[in-house]
Design a protein around this ligand. Structure first.
Ligand SMILES: [Zn+2]
Length: 209
């Protein structure tokens, strides 16, 4: 299966679907991972603007994803709405060149302004061709519809936490969801809902067989 992963900022896809990505790669699926912003303006002043890009590249290396397996755009964080059409056109080009079977993106119920742009444009670009699921970032949701689960074992969640550990800048700024308690806790909750040791939940936007 060809799987397109959409991450508005570095770290979103790891937080929402890092265990699933680890599982998909171990099963031999072909991945293309697209990051839209390296969020240089969100970093503490003392850190270089490309810090999150370098941390993402460590994640890619950790997973054995080569240069043709990811793309990193540098749209300005919190201003993706100003580039909506450009983002749509990039996604359409990816649809034509990569032709994904499955698109993994932020939930349509995600309230972050940049996440909404990526998800809305992805639906426009892929709704006729690909299955589409949205990942869970609980701090951005009022509601989240757990309509799909990916069952995971402990090794997948360990890999997810190890991937997140590359984002030293985010641990430094003290984000509560960059913690083992959060990663293992949510995965255990979602696993409990689908008779598995661990899991990640997704919203089904479109499912095509
Ligand atoms: Zn984000």
């Amino acid at each position: 299966m060809k799987i397109l992963i959409l991450s508005p900022h570095t770290d979103d896809a790891e937080l929402g679907s890092g265990g699933t990505i680890a599982k998909m790669i171990s099963e031999g699926h072909e991945i293309l991972w697209v990051v839209f912003s390296i969020a240089g303006d969100s970093l503490p002043q003392d850190l270089p603007k490309d810090t999150l890009k370098r941390e993402f590249l460590e994640v890619a290396e950790h997973l054995g994803i080569h240069e043709n397996g990811y793309r990193i755009y540098d749209f300005r964080v919190r201003h993706l709405d100003e580039k909506r059409q450009e983002i749509l056109e990039d996604l359409v080009k990816i649809r034509q060149s990569f032709r994904p079977d499955l698109v993994i993106m932020p939930s349509l119920n995600d309230r972050h302004q940049d996440h909404q742009v990526v998800s809305n444009e992805a639906v426009r670009a892929f709704k006729m061709q690909s299955s589409i699921i949205g990942y869970e970032l609980p701090w951005n949701h009022i509601t989240f519809d757990t309509s799909m689960f990916v069952r995971l074992d402990k090794s997948h969640i360990e890999t997810k936490f190890n991937l997140l550990s590359h984002y030293r800048s985010q641990f430094q700024v003290g984000r509560g969801y960059f913690s083992s308690e959060y990663v293992y806790g949510l995965a255990k909750v979602r696993g409990t809902q689908c008779n598995s040791a661990y899991a990640e939940a997704f919203e089904v936007v479109r499912w095509i067989i």
